[in-house]
Design a protein around this ligand. Structure first.
Ligand code: NAP
Ligand code: ZN
Length: 349
């Protein structure tokens, strides 16, 4: 089936309207009419070939929400009309230790929502900047938020789970002091989620202008990271720092803010590497530096349910498909509060 989409033919070309093919739903597949799709900074890294190995045409988008249009003969869990989401994963091997543990995100055979190999045409997956998607039921998430919030739920499918997973892994809760570095799409969700989990939250930003807004998002304190005095006031005090920054920067400036046994988890994935941190900043207080990638399917459902229960959605700006290129430029300038979400009805053309 042919559907309208928005994508690029080369890394140095803007995104433009194109048509793609979706497979007919197989026995375990769910066919989804996409209502909204968030714009993640990863979309920009991939479609501009900043990360290795982009296949063209590239249709990004892995913050997908919509309604079930049809289901395969063996699908029990979903019916036409259900509100559902698709995040960054559309397949995995289904039998390794990671899949058995519900951590499909770490399966060596994980298939991402775009730019991963698939038997479907054209040979790599095509994402949510499109009218429809067909996905195996295992990777379909149920949305329990009210329908009016659907557009603002979309970013939970990547920005939400990518911040929720490390917050849970490092046992964030009451009595813990958590830093969130970078108040963008991921960071603003990290602040909301860490706050809802009961932690004392400090937001780190390079933009003085975001100070007030960060407090409204749920931060208890805000630090402008360019201000050495403000940074020094938090020396050796954090249990966890969640670093969402999309560009190389000085990691040592944050490592020294961790207390003994504190951890900094990097989720930001800049196209070029950070300078290596000074090992003494790790050795001296038995600090650790970690990474984390999105989250498993069960954990993503847990996060969506947690957000529905606590009334948490992303702060978004809705855009038309023909505003995607402009939205990328604005995202690079930090001019977004805090996630662009495409209204996929505007792909109808
Ligand atoms: P975003 O909306 O552009 O936010 C990134 C934020 O980082 C900016 O708002 C800015 O915050 C800060 N920042 C940007 N450039 C900076 C610089 N040169 N120095 C210091 N701070 C800077 O991006 P996003 O969608 O949240 O994604 C963030 C990163 O996470 C991207 O690299 C993305 O690919 C990656 N990602 C990783 C995963 C994963 O599974 N690990 C999942 C999704 C995305 P302030 O203005 O507040 O300083
Ligand atoms: Zn993403």
């Amino acid at each position: 089936m042919l559907v309208n989409a928005y994508g690029a033919h080369a890394g140095d070309q803007p995104l433009e309207p194109l048509q793609i093919t979706r497979r007919a739903p197989g026995a375990h597949d769910v066919q989804i009419d996409i209502a909204f799709c968030g714009i993640c900074h990863s979309d920009l890294h991939q479609v501009r070939a900043e990360w290795y190995g982009t296949q063209f045409p590239c249709v990004p988008g892995h913050e997908i929400v919509g309604r079930v249009a049809a289901v395969g003969a063996h699908v029990d869990g979903f019916r036409p009309g259900d509100l559902v989401g698709i995040g960054c994963i559309v397949d995995s091997c289904k039998h390794c230790a990671d899949c058995d543990d519900g951590l499909e995100n770490y399966c060596d055979g994980m298939i991402g929502t775009y730019n991963f190999p698939t038997p479907d045409a054209p040979g790599w997956t095509l994402g949510g900047y499109s009218q429809q998607i067909v996905v195996h039921e295992r990777y379909v998430l149920r949305i329990r938020h009210p329908e009016e919030q659907l557009a603002a739920v979309a970013p939970l499918l990547c920005a939400g789970i990518t911040t929720y997973s490390p917050l849970r892994h490092w046992n964030v809760g009451p009595g813990k002091k958590v830093g969130v570095v970078g108040i963008g799409g991921l960071g603003h969700m990290g602040i909301k989620l860490a706050h809802a989990l009961g932690a004392h939250v400090v937001a780190f930003t390079t933009s003085d202008a975001k100070r007030e807004a960060a407090l409204h998002l749920g931060a208890d304190e805000v630090v402008v990271s360019r201000n050495a005095e403000e940074m020094a006031a938090h020396a050796k005090s954090f249990d966890l720092i969640l670093n969402t920054v999309a560009a190389p920067h000085n990691l040592d400036a944050f490592l020294v803010l961790l207390k003994r046994d504190g951890n900094m988890t990097l989720v930001g994935a800049p196209a070029t590497p950070h300078a290596s941190p000074n090992v003494f900043n790790l050795i001296m207080k038995r600090r650790t530096l970690a990474g984390s990638m999105i989250g498993g399917i069960a954990e993503t459902q847990e996060m969506l349910d947690f957000c529905a229960e606590h009334g948490i959605v992303a702060d978004i700006e809705r855009v038309r498909a023909d505003q995607i290129n402009d939205s990328y430029e604005r995202m690079l300038k930090g001019d977004v509060k805090y996630r662009f979400v495409i209204d996929n009805a505007t792909l109808a053309g």
